[in-house]
Design a binder for this molecule. Structure first.
Ligand code: GLA
Length: 739
């Protein structure tokens, strides 16, 4: 059973015996020592341990490389008081700190009661172990507020998943002001570095790294969606950690609404991270008997640098998170019409593009915005999911049939959660949007956000999308979300309940996606939010791929893709070849360079094929063919970031190695040559040193004298030099193990 499926209903089983150990299929082993009340999860070369201290509070014991199963961990001891200003409760590394009893660290849970009490003191009340998961029950020292913490560790990768559920068993309401999935405590060290991802529209996934200094670093979204400004992923490393060496603790929150991760360094050097709902403007009132579940937090540990950390996380996403897990289907090569035609879509134009796309080996043809309602620009039509009769007089049928006849699947863009005020839907239901009663409604891109937390909105969207997919042979939806929230009110429910919007909206979004997929098991979905504004492990349970950025400039993309790969798998990373000069920055690049940049992820084409020459088609057809032969390795292999494009590096290189190490794919990029400099040798990684690999250039050339075949040891020890000279140059090679 999956931890996410338990987010709402935590199963409680019973554990007998003094000490017990359990394994549960995909889960690692769980060891509970009933005498010492120490809990331990082991998997993927990682051990995580916590226990109950003498005060009955849950305390972290260890998180790092695997300990021996014979290592006995003693029950935790609360950190001693340093002074009357740094008391024990302020310093002890709790697994799940509630605000109360004198805690001053970032709480995982903060509540208030009808009598004004805002104090919660959680103590251990019992536990169960079930199929590889540990469920620990906590309860306030006086009041019937119960918390269950659920832990599981993935056997292959050591990724730990954690979530919390708070339940009100009192006779009055309990108002939750703050709820996190987990608190994470790191081993004591004084040189931690924090890495995280920030961005903006057309500039997502910028890698930030800085020392952890006293105080808090907060990364968050207050916007109702995951957002571009920061992504819910972080890594904590030591000063000497490098790409392929040293320890890295990392984590990500699976939540597509407002979220917050706070990394704190206390006065005595303790480093903690707390990840959960963003407490900014948050509130969730629990009636007697109600409960609230946190999102799921995923944490991992690598003792071999950032490279291994992301390879483990990529594997976990492919095998445990994505809808196609444990073996997601490789992403088809797609064509998308957005940059070519914008809103000017119609049947003959799209058929002409589809015919050209089929010539180069495209497998999925996607019509983007503009096919519905009165959608001739972004000013009208959003919400009216009926085919525009002027653009498609016979419906979508003729286009879809032609696309299918050409051997391609058909996909369609939708933005279900949004509405233009100039739409039939808004005219009929002006009350369906998120707003405060009687207050102005702020528009962005001329649109408002539908309140998906409402049952009628949910029902309408399910019915509309279900019909759209049922009535047309649609294999794929690009699901967009082009603005963040404003005036987050829900006037139809009681004022004290309205802030439930932050949770109820996202829960209904997940429910809608899940139900649509249940009804249409072959349907695949892409998560898009003005580019990469909704990429997180919550939405990835329901979507097969993501649109990373509206910035399709192939050079800018190298840094965006590198940042993306820190947290997310290349298997979901859509990258299109578009026109040159690029619309974002007017940069001119060759078609070959654009292809190689996009081939680092899941390849798509977004160029206006009407402007292509015969030579362009010939090159594109060849490279699409090459891509199909390497895509399993690129999308589902192990990624080595050999030379990072971060910090203005003029060069970058990645290597993808298949699990069986029979195939490896190298991409190398150069921004510009200066002073006739020589290109450094690129040393490969992850190959079988004893195997012989034949080298073949997919595009570009290796330097003169490079052997056509050599051992893995040679390619890793000696390396190879790509013959790159000029501006925006690229080369790609495939290495195949010889039998
Ligand atoms: C967003 C997406 C684009 C495109 C447009 C359509 O900006 O990120 O890829 O779909 O919407 O309006």
């Amino acid at each position: 059973m999956d931890i996410d499926k338990t987010r709402r209903t935590v199963c409680l089983g019973l554990l007998g015996g003094i000490a017990a150990m359990a394994t549960g299929g995909a889960y690692g082993s769980v060891t509970v020592n009933k005498g010492t009340r120490v809990f331990r999860l082991d998997g993927g070369g990682v051990t995580y341990a916590f226990g109950v201290n003498g005060d009955g509070r849950l305390q972290t014991l260890y998180w790092g490389s695997a300990l021996s199963m014979t290592d006995e961990l003693a029950a935790p001891v609360a950190t001693p008081e340093n002074s009357s200003n740094e008391t024990s409760i302020m310093l002890t590394p709790f697994e799940f700190a509630a605000f109360g009893g004198g805690t001053m660290t970032e709480p995982a849970l903060k509540v208030r009661f009808p009598d004004g009490v805002r104090d919660l003191d959680l103590r251990y009340a019992g536990h169960e172990v079930e199929a590889g998961r540990i469920v620990v029950r906590l309860k306030d020292v006086q009041r019937a507020v119960h918390v269950t913490l659920t832990y599981a560790m993935d056997q292959a990768t050591g990724i730990l998943s954690r979530s919390a559920t708070v339940e009100n068993r009192t006779s009055g309401w309990v108002h939750v002001d703050q709820l996190a999935a987990a608190g994470i405590n790191l081993p004591y060290a004084d040189d931690y570095q924090l890495s995280f991802l920030t961005g903006r529209w057309a500039g997502e996934f910028a890698l930030q790294t800085r020392p952890v200094t006293p105080g808090s670093t907060v990364i968050e979204s207050r916007k109702g969606e995951t957002a571009h400004q920061a992504n819910p992923w972080f890594a904590l490393s030591r000063a000497d950690t490098e790409e392929e060496s040293g320890p890295v603790w990392f984590g990500a929150l699976g939540w597509s609404g407002s979220w917050r991760i706070s990394v704190d360094l206390d006065g005595l050097g303790g480093v903690r991270a707390t990840a959960g709902y963003n407490p900014f403007d948050f509130g969730y009132r629990l009636k007697p008997g109600d409960s609230l579940a946190s999102p799921v937090f995923y944490g991992g540990f690598s003792d071999a640098g950032f490279g291994r950390a992301s390879r483990m996380f990529h594997r976990y996403q492919r095998t445990r998170i994505l809808p196609g897990a444990p073996a997601p289907r490789p992403r088809p090569v797609l064509y998308n019409s957005w940059e070519a035609t914008a809103f000017a879509v119609d049947e003959p134009g799209q058929i002409a593009l589809a015919e050209q796309a089929a010539r180069i080996g495209v497998e999925r043809f996607v019509v983007d915005d503009g096919w519905f309602g009165a959608r001739d620009s972004d000013r009208a039509g959003l919400g009216d999911w009926v085919v525009n009769p002027k653009k498609f007089p016979h419906g979508l049928g003729p286009l879809i049939r032609r696309v299918n006849d050409l051997g391609m699947e058909f996909g369609l863009w939708v933005e279900p959660e949004m509405v233009n005020p100039d739409s039939d839907l808004y005219r009929a239901h002006p009350d369906w949007v998120i707003h405060f009663k009687g207050r102005p409604r702020t528009e962005a891109r001329n649109q408002l956000v539908l309140n998906l937390a409402r049952k009628d909105v949910y029902d309408y969207l399910l019915k509309t999308l279900d019909q759209l997919v049922s009535n047309n042979n649609i294999a794929f939806l690009k699901w967009d979300h082009n603005r963040t929230w404003s005036e987050p009110g829900w006037p139809d429910i009681a004022p004290d309940e309205q802030q439930k919007l932050y949770v109820a909206y996202v829960d209904n979004l997940y429910k809608l996606l899940a139900e649509l997929r249940r009804r249409h098991p072959k349907l695949e979905i892409e998560s898009c939010a003005s580019g990469g504004g909704r990429v997180d492990l919550g939405i990835l349970r329901y979507t097969d791929q993501v649109w990373v950025s509206d910035n399709t400039d192939p050079f800018d993309r190298l840094a965006i893709q590198d940042g993306f790969s820190r947290a997310y798998a290349p298997a979901i990373m859509m990258a299109w070849v578009t026109d040159s000069p690029n619309y974002v920055n007017r940069r001119v690049t060759s078609l070959e360079y654009r292809f190689l940049s996009s081939m680092q992820g899941a390849l798509g084409i977004g160029a206006n094929l009407k402007h292509w020459t015969d030579a362009d088609f010939t090159l594109a057809k060849r490279l699409v063919g090459e891509y199909k032969a390497i895509r399993a390795t690129v999308q589902q292999g192990n990624l080595y970031r050999l030379v990072s494009p971060q910090q203005g590096s003029p060069r970058s290189a990645t290597l993808s190695v298949s699990d069986d190490r029979r195939q490896a794919v190298l991409f190398a990029f150069l921004h510009s040559s200066t002073m006739r400099e020589t290109q450094p040798l690129i040393r490969l990684r992850g190959l079988d040193p004893a195997a012989t690999y034949a080298l073949r250039a997919i595009s570009g050339m290796a330097a003169k004298g490079t052997p056509a075949r050599a051992s893995g040891a040679y390619w890793m020890g000696h390396g190879l030099q790509a013959a790159l000279n000029g501006d925006f140059q690229a080369a790609a090679f495939v290495l195949e193990a010889q039998t």
